[in-house]
Design a protein around this ligand. Structure first.
Ligand code: FEO
Length: 400
């Protein structure tokens, strides 16, 4: 096998054998402006073990990296921590080339790998360990983080926690380690990744963070399946996860709107200025240029969320319903919401937004604001006042 693609050593007995996807920009709706990586790892022990694989189109690159360390047929085990195809897509090819003695997965993982690929995996129960010879690997289920099958595995000889989606981010780069990237990029991408992928399971994240110390793992390296690996300041990553999973109200606002002839846009700008006049930070997002994942990132980072859109054919403008559906599914907590919009005649839009805000269980202290054609001076003032009042209420809520 050509070994142009090399493995990179990350600890005494573990190598990175993944792939960098520089150009992926759309991860089923999540805009990955900085690309991503699919990380896979090779453990060299008496039982040589491949941990996770990569997206299907990078299979040969991964196998070349593996072969740069050890002939493929020498590999004994494959561990599938997570069966979503960005990590399992290359499994069939890897199994065909390696012919491993065993493929390990969680009970849900085994149930997923069979229908996806016809793979018969050996189930490793939660908390169980497998000896690789000189070191052991321990499996801890992390159900729903990100799928029901998800688990993490810990290699005690080198202190490496293979954390699959957890603690990852979508960030392509030629450096392996988080401490080799600017802190502000890591912070933004980690938050964006959390709130677009894991936010819906914030309660489970908090439970996991609480239980992690009890496992008494001597973690030296955290090796997620996406983005850079962590060898320093893991406590800071845990603190960030705790902060975002807690979803405490934040004194910040975001105004999300769609517009056809600028009437809704005018209301959005007036509302935002009302917020601003309280001294509160506010951001305006136009759905013509901002995508769902950007919207969700800002929603998660704001205590006050205003949604505005026109009415189109007796319904709310479709781009707004797309975003509302997406945000609702991710279950943001502790928000104050506000609905507004413009219409020509029938005017269902703002009411439908308001109903969605209720379904999201956001507080909605003010009734929705619906205007016809173009907001009057009085309606612009109502939008401004709504921003002013709700920002004031949010300040009081955050001060509690
Ligand atoms: Fe990166 Fe849930 O897969």
């Amino acid at each position: 096998m050509n070994t142009c693609f090399k493995a990179e050593k990350i600890s005494e007995n573990v190598f990175w054998v993944g792939a960098v996807d520089w150009h992926v920009r759309d991860f089923h709706g999540y805009k990955t402006q900085r690309g991503t990586t699919y990380n896979a790892f090779l453990i060299i022990d008496d039982k040589i073990t491949l941990v996770d694989t990569v997206k299907k189109e990078f299979a040969s690159e991964m196998l070349e990296r593996v072969a740069s360390v050890v002939p493929l047929e020498k590999i004994d085990y494959i561990i599938s921590n997570h069966s979503e195809p960005d990590h399992s897509g290359s499994l069939p090819e890897a199994i065909a080339a390696i012919k491993p003695e065993k493929v390990f997965a969680s009970s849900f993982g085994a149930k997923t790998l069979k229908p996806y690929y016809g793979i018969d995996a050996e189930v490793v129960p939660d908390g169980s360990s497998v000896s690789l010879g000189k070191g052991n690997i321990t499996f801890v289920e992390t159900r729903m983080l990100h799928w029901p099958d998800s688990m993490v595995s810990f290699y005690d000889r080198d202190g490496v926690l293979f954390s699959q989606d957890a603690f990852g981010m979508h960030l392509a780069g030629s450096k392996l380690w988080a401490d080799e990237y600017p802190v502000d990029i890591l912070d933004y991408e980690a938050r964006k990744y959390f709130c677009n992928i894991i936010n819906v399971q914030s309660g489970k994240v908090l439970a996991l963070l609480e239980s992690l110390p009890q496992l008494d793992l001597d973690i030296k390296i955290v090796a997620p399946d996406h983005g850079p690996l962590i060898r320093k300041d893991f406590d800071k990553v845990l603190a960030l996860y705790h902060e975002v999973a807690t979803q405490a109200p934040v004194p910040r606002a975001v105004v999300i709107y769609a517009t056809m002839w600028h009437a809704t846009e005018m209301l959005a700008r007036a509302f935002a200025d009302g917020v601003r006049s309280q001294g509160m930070e506010v951001k305006i997002l136009d759905l013509a240029v901002c995508d769902r994942s950007e919207v969700m990132t800002e929603v998660a980072n704001s205590g006050l969320v205003a949604f505005g859109a026109p009415t189109m054919n007796n319904n709310v403008f479709p781009a707004m319903m797309d975003v509302l559906t997406y945000v609702r599914g991710l279950k943001p907590l502790n928000k104050i919401g506000f609905a507004f919009g413009s219409c020509g005649w029938s005017g269902e839009g703002a009411k439908q937004i308001s109903e969605q805000i209720n379904l999201m269980k956001m507080e909605q202290p003010l009734p929705f604001l619906q205007v016809k054609y173009r907001p009057s001076d009085e309606e612009m003032k109502r939008a401004f006042d709504a921003g002013f009042q709700l920002a004031e209420q949010l300040c009081a809520k955050c001060a509690k």
